[in-house]
Design a protein around this ligand. Structure first.
Ligand code: G6P
Length: 609
């Protein structure tokens, strides 16, 4: 992972780089650095820690420069330290590079470059790129970068500058993302659009194999061989204000509260209640393709995988299509069988997750079609899939996904209904009932959110517990998995989620008064079965908090605490039950003083395998 940024233009360089890095911090935050060029000299500042540490260092001891590069790191090769932080330099100190990705053949290159006399200062894979560019440099930085990357294996988005070929930044992309913003008399390159939007809304997304040479007057694009490439300049509509905190203590809390709106925005324009119809022609699947689909595979990682598990039930129930859900990181290495009648759906908030992207590429030639469900317009996954269904969640800054989980489930539900509708598997009346329930969902989520204070009070009682069990069955199992993941991610508390029926095959041995259970128990087809699982826990002195239907008068007799959520159409209950679980995890983490928006060791966008 890691975030890269470069700027050349009239604004004061250090604040531009630091503000940009803050917006990229979700990509990694174990160390950071900037390099700026002042006259003929390159000055570098690197720190161990977050951007705030870098900012403080630059405040205490400012750097002067006209243009420069910045980096925020998530360590792959070489532990987090000031020395291993980017930017990295060549032997002369005149050439500087920032890199996102992994250079797989760096050990061989390092050995050879050492034999040729290059002195290495770090344990990183990136440093070989600086020395390779140095080796090929004859006064033209772009030519040297071209020659250097021809020797690289692996994945990279790099930006380089040299005081010996001044007032330009050279960018190359092969794998991780790179976007160039083209403003009035200023040009900026970044790993995503967020640092760019404060300067310009005009952006160019680099494709794999693209290079850009940027200066204050704009950007020139070529391929890795140096042949000119015409790129489309896109105008981005996201408002930078959308990523402010709006008075919430953390972005995560703000994003949890945005979920009603996110459901509305993701449905908007895609359903017609008058016609009782789902309108998803935007996905771009031809009638012929749709008719040929007999099976589906949903591929994703992390939270997106959990949304995929809900999607499986939507597809199977509404479209009657056999559906499996796969971890991208596992699936891509299997000798997987994919027939031409299989629809592949890749789910990725960022649209950049390396494993999901690789799975997409592997499936594309063999599937009926690959459709992406993603939140980021023009992300790599969006661009490479044959069809795209965007989740209209807006930018999500908290590293722990919340509103995008809800948006992904919404999009997958719409896709399931659309497939059911086009394949004639779903009766009009049933479809209309579900669509009407979808219209009511945002309001129901608001009712769950109105209990935030009660959930906070409840969570306070559990701040010092070290282990939690989460249970759910059928459609509540993905919600249980997601609830446990949130707790792990942001509070560093051990939490396990199990399908209720599996509990007696192992986890029940863990139950005692020190391991509370959060049970998701809507009144659905597995309600009675869950009551049996709950009784088994109670018989072993376990404490149980149930997320249950508000209309359920019985559940209180079986558990210790009930968090009521409005009753809903059975398959749509996870939209409601996941919300108290998100809040519960948030409240515990916030009370423990954890870094809620940037938990340790994590990154929002995982562009390495
Ligand atoms: C990281 C993030 C998770 C996310 C996962 C998949 O681990 O921290 O929140 O669920 O990657 O990311 P994607 O962007 O593909 O949904």
């Amino acid at each position: 992972m890691c975030g890269i940024i470069g700027y050349i233009g009239p604004k004061s360089i250090v604040p531009v780089l630091v503000e940009g890095l803050k917006k990229l911090e979700y990509r990694g935050y174990d160390s950071a650095g900037v390099a700026v060029v002042d006259g003929g000299t390159v000055q570098i500042r690197r720190v161990l820690g977050k951007i705030a540490v870098l900012e403080e260092s630059l405040r205490a001891d400012p750097l002067q420069g006209v243009y420069g590069l910045g980096h925020t790191r998530w360590a792959t090769h070489g532990r987090p330290s000031e020395r291993n932080a980017h930017p990295h330099i060549d032997c002369t100190g005149e050439l500087v590079i920032v890199h996102n990705g992994i250079i797989e053949n760096y050990l061989g290159l390092k050995k050879r470059l050492r034999e040729e006399g290059h002195a290495f200062r770090t344990e990183t894979d990136t440093e070989v790129i600086a020395h390779l560019i140095e080796k090929h440099f004859r006064g033209d930085l772009a030519a040297a970068v071209r020659a250097a990357i021809a020797e690289l294996e692996g994945a990279f988005a790099i930006a380089a500058l040299s005081s010996r070929d001044p007032r330009k930044i050279v960018v190359a992309k092969h794998g991780p993302p790179a976007v160039v913003g083209v403003g009035e008399g200023e040009t900026i390159v970044s790993s995503d659009i967020n640092p760019i939007l404060g300067h310009t809304s005009k952006v160019v997304f680099l494709e794999d194999g693209d290079m850009a040479v940027i200066d204050a007057g704009g950007a020139a694009f070529t391929d890795f061989q140096g042949a000119k490439v015409e790129k489309k300049v896109e105008t981005i509509g996201w408002n930078p204000l959308m990523i402010e905190k709006h008075g919430f203590k953390h972005f995560m809390l703000k994003e949890i509260f945005e979920q009603p709106e996110v459901i509305r925005d993701t449905i908007m324009g895609r359903v017609s209640l008058d016609e009782g119809e789902v309108l998803l022609d935007e996905v771009g699947l031809s009638a012929e393709t749709l008719a040929s689909v007999r099976k589906a595979v949903i591929i994703a990682c992390g939270t997106s995988y959990h949304a995929g598990l809900a999607g499986q039930l939507f597809f199977e129930t509404w479209a009657r299509i056999p559906t499996t859900v796969e971890y991208a990181s596992e699936f891509r290495y299997r000798d997987f069988l994919l027939e031409k009648d299989t629809l592949v759906v890749v789910v990725s908030q960022s649209g950049e997750t390396a494993d999901t992207l690789a799975a997409l590429r592997a499936c594309k030639p063999r599937a009926a079609a690959v459709v992406a469900v993603t939140n980021v317009v023009s992300s790599s996954i969006a661009r490479e899939a044959q069809g795209v269904l965007y989740t209209h969640a807006g930018p999500e800054i908290g590293v722990a996904a919340t509103k995008t989980f809800t948006a992904q489930m919404t999009a997958l539900a719409l896709l399931g209904l659309y497939l059911g509708q086009t394949k004639g598997a779903l009766e009009k009346k049933a479809l209309l009932e579900i669509l009407e329930e979808f219209q009511r969902l945002p309001h129901k989520v608001e009712r769950v959110l109105s209990q935030a204070k009660a959930i906070e009070d409840l969570a306070q009682r559990f701040v010092h517990f070290s282990h939690f069990l989460y249970l759910g069955r059928w459609v509540s199992f993905p919600a249980a998995l997601e609830g446990a993941l949130k707790l792990k991610e942001i509070s560093y508390i051990h939490a396990e989620a199990y399908a209720g029926g599996e509990m007696k095959h192992g986890p029940i041995a863990l139950i005692d008064e020190k391991m509370p259970t959060l049970a998701v128990v809507p009144r659905d087809r597995v309600y009675e079965k869950m009551l049996s699982n709950i009784a088994e826990i109670k018989a072993r002195a376990g404490f149980i908090i149930a997320v249950a239907g508000a209309g359920d008068a019985e559940i209180g007799r079986h558990v210790d605490v009930v968090i009521p959520v409005p009753d809903a159409h059975p398959l749509l209950s996870p939209f409601l039950s996941v919300v108290p679980l998100q809040l519960f995890a948030y409240d515990i983490a916030a009370r423990r003083g954890a870094d809620v928006d940037q938990p340790r060791n994590l990154a929002k966008s995982v562009t390495v395998e």
